[in-house]
Ligand binder design. Structure first.
Ligand SMILES: N[C@@H](CCC(=O)N[C@@H](CS)C(=O)NCC(=O)O)C(=O)O
Length: 220
């Protein structure tokens, strides 16, 4: 039963990989129990190892089943709930969405290393250097291509029209642009950034991240 899912995640203010499948499950109304491991603590390593075979989060569990990678979790859920269309319906769009997600999953190390996710922080205006600029250029190209060919045509469309795994895969980058930007983008991309940022599931994650900050997790 779907209700038996447990998603193990890291601190919401920091864990960019955890955000992705969490967002997929929330946005597509897939019920789950959440186990949150506070990262960067002396006991984090042991807790991560106890919950996830790779010692990394996210990890999805259901009975004997363990899936320990954000993209693998998303693919599994897409197979389990074909009627929910977690990937775009059109096969060419789906192939492009999968390529974009794979590229995000294995690349963009400049932006990932230089601008770590800090979900609650906004407008820091930090120049990331040429590597970050290169990554942002490539990201903007991909987002523009998706929106132009497969978006709804309305400003504020998701990448492939309806919300999909592709939007979730780039959600941490949306947060990073808010934290370290502002970054100049096209009107169409700006509208997508807004749509994703204000998605109820994204806002709910943000409330969790703010509770961590208010609880003093990031002092000192
Ligand atoms: N390829 C993995 C990457 C997972 C990953 O690197 N997770 C980080 C958190 S965002 C982690 O667990 N770090 C362990 C730590 O901070 O000690 C995925 O897509 O799920």
């Amino acid at each position: 039963m779907a209700e038996d899912f447990t998603l193990i995640i890291g601190s919401k203010n920091l864990s960019s990989w955890s955000l992705r499948p969490w967002l997929v499950m929330k946005a597509f109304d897939i019920p789950f129990r959440e186990v949150l491991i506070r990262l960067d603590q002396p006991e984090s390593r042991a807790a991560l190892k106890a919950h996830s075979p790779s010692g990394l989060v996210p990890c999805l569990r259901k009975g004997d089943l363990t899936i320990w990678d954000s993209l693998a979790i998303s693919e599994y859920l897409a197979e389990l709930y074909p009627e929910k269309q977690l990937w775009p319906e059109n096969s060419a769009a789906r192939a492009m969405a999968r390529s974009m997600c794979a590229e995000m999953h294995s690349g963009f190390s400049n932006i990932r290393d230089t601008w770590p996710m800090e979900f609650t922080r906004e407008g820091a205006n930090v120049w990331g250097g040429p590597g970050v600029r290169k990554d942002i250029g490539r990201l903007q190209f991909l987002w523009s291509e998706a929106l132009e060919h497969y978006g709804s045509g309305e400003d504020g469309s998701f990448l492939f029209g309806d919300f999909s795994i592709a939007d979730a895969m780039f959600a941490p980058v949306v947060s990073r642009l808010r934290t370290y930007g502002p970054v100049r983008v096209s009107t169409r991309i700006a509208a997508w950034l807004d749509t994703l940022w204000t998605h109820p599931a994204m806002q709910e994650w943000g409330e969790g991240a703010r509770r961590e900050v208010d609880a003093g997790w990031y002092k000192g």
